[in-house]
Design a protein. Structure first.
Length: 267
């Protein structure tokens, strides 16, 4: 079992470590690469997973609802913990709600369960991302216009992929292969960028970081277990929900806090 766990985790840590050491030595500007990941590569990955002919949206609806309940429940618990720790709710709650379902969740799901787990993993990722870009942005700035969320490439790709799946449309094979090749760039690039981002981390608020870093997966796993029992989710779907619930806070939380000036050093 230990050998299996190491085999699953090693590529994640190896690629992130490569990003860290390359960034330490060469200090590359990955802002454009990160933008391409969010606007091109990740949407391509999402579209291919959801537009696949074997993807059954109705079979994953319960999983999407479960992820939504886990995200909301994590926010409620996070607000209580923030008040107990005398930390600003807007600073502590988003990292509690939104785990690293992109950079870590999807790669781990594929490494642990194979390519067949990609559609379900994408459903979990898209559900969390949808809430993050809507309620998450509104929480930090109540002037945020939620009507523009449909313009986000990830959301557009998810809508297009589900529409193709529901309509049973067959995408021209060469075009689908081209989109798939773009999507294949996303996972290693996300891991590499995650490692590079670690060179910029300010650990001045390390006590709060340790507290949140432990609380996030503990609360997420507990809520995943409770939600799975409530909705009757079993098998691989339960394993994936539990895996995504165990993810640490997403790097995107830092980007949002920096954008809305919500104590980014603490986040």
């Amino acid at each position: 079992m230990l050998a299996r766990i190491v085999a699953i985790l090693f590529p994640v840590f190896a690629i992130a470590a490569a990003g860290y050491f390359v960034a330490r030595r060469h200090k590359p500007d990955l802002s454009h690469a990160n933008r391409l990941t969010m606007d091109v590569f990740a949407p391509a990955l999402v579209f291919v997973a959801l537009a696949n002919r074997s993807f059954d949206f109705s079979a994953h609806r319960k999983l999407a609802v479960a992820m939504l309940l886990v995200v909301i429940g994590s926010g409620v618990v996070g607000a209580l913990l923030a008040r107990m720790a005398h930390v600003k709710v807007k600073t502590f709650v988003p990292p509690m709600m939104y785990g690293n379902s992109g950079n870590l969740g999807i790669p781990l799901a594929i490494l642990a369960f194979g390519d067949g787990a990609l559609p379900a993993a994408v459903v979990l990722f898209v559900t969390s991302t949808l809430v993050h870009f809507s309620y998450g942005a509104w929480l930090l700035d109540h002037n945020t216009r939620l009507t523009t969320i449909w313009r986000i490439p990830l959301i557009l790709a998810a809508i297009a992929g589900i529409a193709v799946s529901l309509a049973s449309v067959t995408v021209w094979a060469p075009l689908m292969l081209s989109i798939k090749m773009l999507g294949d760039i996303a996972i290693p690039l996300m891991l590499f960028a995650l490692g590079a981002r670690l060179t910029e981390v300010n650990i001045a608020a390390w006590r709060l970081g340790v507290f949140g870093g432990v609380a996030r997966p503990v609360v997420g796993m507990l809520l995943s277990w409770m939600t799975a029992k409530l909705l009757g989710i079993t098998g691989q779907d339960y394993a994936l929900l539990f895996l995504f619930g165990a993810m640490p806070p997403a790097v995107l939380n830092y980007i949002f806090s920096e954008r809305f000036n919500q104590e980014p050093d603490h986040v």
